[in-house]
Design a protein around this ligand. Structure first.
Ligand code: ATP
Ligand code: MG
Length: 247
């Protein structure tokens, strides 16, 4: 296993009004590792991911990413966010920009590439994700699965060291879920480091190396994905997995 690339220690996030969304959480991610986070709605999964690339300001704890303390007030958030890609459930594409521009605009703005170079690079990545015939489409003209793969292409275009996925298939029709999961699986095969929040337990057991089950902002159980998701030790994990099978 590679070196530790992300170290989360005793992370807390309390929102105004006193909700402890993340309540003392510690875990680490190694280079090239895929970590799955599972748990019921409201257990704090999204908040953990949002703290990692500082879309939320944690209330306590430390997060060290590739040697940088990302809670340090002087940290360069733009550089952190280009090194840690984020793929959302709701895609978050720019609706008024064509697919090609959705990917190339970040290369121009964040990486400072010329329009020509950014366009070339965006085309290459979109081609790799089988979206070569969609350059001139607007997001509204794509299926949910295609939109999500454009979002993945946009994250990849930054050449990130790690990608966070927050329920990337939850907004998709059932027949499109496999299409996006396959893309994530291919990234795993290529050695991309990823944290994937998902309700797709079978996928997580198959693709992830490590799994975390959390409830009420705390980790109940973490360990090798096969073990946590197929043969958990904790009663609460067993109950959660049983409840996902009933759905
Ligand atoms: N901006 C906010 N202000 C106040 N409370 C919030 C905010 N965002 C999240 N919370 C609360 O924090 C808790 C954890 O929310 P979070 O979105 O992290 O859960 P989740 O595990 O991602 O759930 P889901 O599976 O439904 O996406 C919830 O109780 C939620 O209501
Ligand atoms: Mg969530």
């Amino acid at each position: 296993m590679g070196k530790i690339i992300l170290q989360v220690d005793d992370l807390f996030k309390e929102f105004d009004g006193g909700v402890k969304a993340v309540d003392g959480l510690s875990f680490e991610v190694h280079d090239k590792e895929v970590v799955a986070i599972v748990g019921a709605s409201g257990s704090g999964k999204s908040t953990v991911l949002r703290c990692i690339n500082r879309l939320e300001q944690p209330t306590g704890g430390t997060i060290i990413f590739d040697g940088t303390d990302i809670m340090d007030p002087s940290v360069d958030l733009n550089s952190i966010r280009s090194e840690i890609g984020f793929v959302f459930q709701s895609f978050e594409l720019f609706p008024h920009l064509k697919v090609l521009s959705n990917v190339s605009v970040a290369l121009e703005l964040v990486r400072g590439m010329s329009t020509e170079d950014a366009t070339k690079q965006a085309k290459k990545i979109l081609n790799e994700l089988d979206l070569g015939d969609k350059f001139d489409f607007y997001p509204g003209q794509l299926s949910g699965g295609q939109k999500q793969r454009v979002a993945i292409a946009r994250a990849l275009s930054m050449d990130p060291k790690m990608i966070l996925f927050d329920e990337p298939t939850s907004a998709l029709d059932p027949e499109l879920i496999g299409y996006v999961l396959d893309t994530i699986r291919q990234l795993a095969d290529k050695g991309m480091t990823m944290i994937v929040v998902t309700h797709q337990i079978g996928f997580a057991a198959d693709v992830a190396d490590w799994a975390i089950y959390m409830t009420e902002g705390k980790i109940v159980e973490q360990g090798p994905a096969d073990q946590v998701l197929k043969n958990p030790q904790e009663e609460r994990t067993k109950q959660f997995l049983a409840s996902t099978l009933e759905k």
